[in-house]
Design a protein around this ligand. Structure first.
Ligand code: ZN
Ligand code: ZN
Length: 99
């Protein structure tokens, strides 16, 4: 199975997980990488570490993570994956919907 190594905590992360097709963040520390311009395209040249800065709730109650690139400040939001650390998600502050 394809995987990536988390640049923040070193966790070996399988790319496919329950509830997500384009996994782009670490289920353990929730950090992501700035690799996409549009979701899943892997076209960004930044490659910076993206820090989970908060979460918000969609109209249907789904929890969405907000990531911010440490290098360039790019903001992106991502669905919570089925195996993301519950404690890590719970520890994030709730932020206004950035969409
Ligand atoms: Zn990690
Ligand atoms: Zn960036």
């Amino acid at each position: 199975m394809k995987h990536f190594i988390c640049k923040n905590c070193g966790e070996k992360v399988p790319l496919e997980a329950y509830g997500t097709k384009h996994r782009n963040h670490c289920p353990k520390c929730l950090y992501s990488l700035h690799v996409d311009v549009k979701k899943g395209d892997r076209d960004a040249e930044c490659d910076g570490l993206m820090q989970p800065v908060g979460k918000f709730y969609k109209e249907d109650g789904e929890e969405v993570l907000v990531h911010k690139c440490i290098d360039c400040g790019f903001l992106r939001w991502n669905r919570v994956a089925g195996d993301d650390s519950f404690e890590a998600v719970a520890a994030l502050p709730e932020v206004p919907d950035p969409r």
